[in-house]
Every structure is written in structure tokens, then in C-alpha cells.
Design a protein around this ligand. Structure first.
Ligand SMILES: NC(=O)c1ccc[n+]([C@@H]2O[C@H](COP(=O)([O-])OP(=O)(O)OC[C@H]3O[C@@H](n4cnc5c(N)ncnc54)[C@H](OP(=O)(O)O)[C@@H]3O)[C@@H](O)[C@H]2O)c1
Length: 204
């Protein structure tokens, strides 16, 4: 248990697609900065690595607990913030929000004027529209189903890129735990406790 980095094609390619789609939707450039909520999650830990592979200068990993800091730093994060920290980082150009819910207003506040938030989580949340107004901030929703059908060519390029990064070992999936399907309840317990660093894999 505990997020050892391994090469595993299905986990790299599956979660990697979400991460690459979010980075592409943000149209992030290397000179910009990005903050990722849920940075230790299955998708988040790949997004941290992919942002660094794309050359993004400042990658801020936001996590729910301080004991995830070493894990996300080991993936290449330049800075780590914990949600309950009183102040987060200096403002960023882009937020990739894998959590939403109560965290959404803070994620919007973390954006510099003109900043873009990509919302792809299942946490929901409410956006006071006024929070976007003065800073000219934007929020863009993302689902993989829509991305894969409306941006087919880019999706296919991402697919090839993820396989290539997997083959070269540049992008590694962290397997927090591998659990027999018959013991799926244990896997749910890990996820519900928000304890996972990387993926929890069920073995048929
Ligand atoms: N839009 C799409 O097409 C698409 C596709 C795939 C996944 N997603 C979304 O991407 C997000 C990450 O997915 P994943 O597979 O990487 O997740 P995951 O590996 O299951 O990770 C979940 C992590 O989210 C954080 N979290 C924050 N609030 C939580 C809550 N109330 N309950 C449980 N976890 C919570 C926890 O880390 P911390 O405590 O450190 O925050 C937890 O470890 C999810 O919201 C998922 O729905 C979207």
C-alpha cells in the first residue's frame, strides 16, 4: 500500500486522458502556473506529472492532508498546499479542479485575474457569479465523453502520447493498493477515507 510508482498501461492511459484533456482545455502554456486540487488522486497524480512533462513552470499540488505532500512532491510538484491552509499559493493562471464542492470558491479565489478553472469533478458546488466578474475569470466544464467525441483528433493524439510516455517510463501510475474484486468493499473503504495516493486497482 502507499502509492508506489509502477508502469501500468490501463491506469496511465485511463486517468491520463482526463489529465491531458483538462490541460488541453485550459490551453495552458509552459510559462504559466497551474494548481491541481485532488493532486494525489488517480487522475490528479498523473496530471501533476503531465503538467511538468509539458514544461509548466509552476505546478501547485493541493491535497486534503499534509501526509500526502511527499507523494505529490515526488511526482514533480513545485509547491504543495493543504486545503485547510489559511492561505493557498500565490495566484495561478489555471486551476484543474478534481474536487469541487465546498472547495470551489477557494479554487476560484486561487486564480489570478484572467485565470481559467477547468471543472471536471463529481463534487458539484455553487459558483457566485460575482466572483468571476471583476477578475474576468472563467470556468469551463469538461467530461471525457464530450471531449472524446467533439475533439476526436486531439483525443487520438493524446492516446498515442500516453502510450508513448508509458513505454518510455516518463509517466508512471502509482498503485496505492491492488485488491481482489471479491474484496471490493476494502477498496471502497480506502477511497471513502480519501487515503489513496494514486490508483486503487481491483483484480478480477
Ligand atoms: N469529467 C470526467 O469525464 C471525469 C472522468 C474521470 C474522473 N473524473 C473526476 O475526477 C475526479 C478524480 O477522479 P479519480 O478517479 O482520480 O478519484 P480518486 O482516485 O478516487 O481520488 C479521490 C480523491 O478525491 C479527493 N476528495 C475530495 N473530496 C472527496 C470526497 N468528498 N470524497 C472522496 N474523495 C474526495 C480525495 O483526496 P484529497 O482528500 O486529497 O482531496 C480522494 O483521495 C473525480 O471527481 C471524478 O469524478 C471526471
Amino acid at each position: 500500500m502507499g502509492g508506489r510508482l509502477r508502469g501500468r498501461p490501463s491506469t496511465v492511459v485511463g486517468g491520463g486522458h482526463v489529465a491531458l484533456a483538462a490541460l488541453a482545455t485550459a490551453e495552458i502554456t509552459a510559462a504559466e502556473s497551474v494548481l491541481l486540487t485532488g493532486a494525489a488522486s488517480g487522475v490528479g497524480h498523473l496530471a501533476v506529472q503531465l503538467a511538468k512533462i509539458q514544461g509548466v513552470t509552476r505546478v501547485v499540488a493541493a491535497v486534503g492532508a499534509a501526509d500526502k505532500a511527499d507523494f505529490v512532491r515526488g511526482l514533480g510538484a513545485d509547491e504543495v498546499v493543504v486545503y485547510h491552509d489559511e492561505s493557498w499559493s500565490d495566484p495561478v493562471d489555471v486551476v484543474l479542479d478534481a474536487v469541487g464542492g465546498d472547495l470551489l470558491p477557494r479554487a476560484i479565489a486561487a486564480l489570478r485575474p484572467g485565470g481559467r478553472l477547468i471543472f471536471f469533478n463529481s463534487g458539484g458546488g455553487t459558483v457566485p457569479a460575482f466572483d468571476l466578474l471583476a477578475g474576468g475569470k472563467t470556468i469551463t466544464g469538461l467530461t471525457m465523453a464530450r471531449f472524446a467525441s467533439t475533439r476526436r483528433e486531439l483525443y487520438e493524439r493524446h492516446h498515442e502520447r500516453l502510450w508513448q510516455l508509458h513505454r518510455t517510463g516518463e509517466l508512471r501510475a502509482a498503485i496505492h493498493a491492488e485488491i481482489a474484486l471479491s474484496d471490493a468493499a476494502s477498496a471502497h473503504e480506502i477511497i471513502e477515507a480519501r487515503a489513496n495516493r494514486g490508483k486503487v486497482v481491483l483484480r478480477p
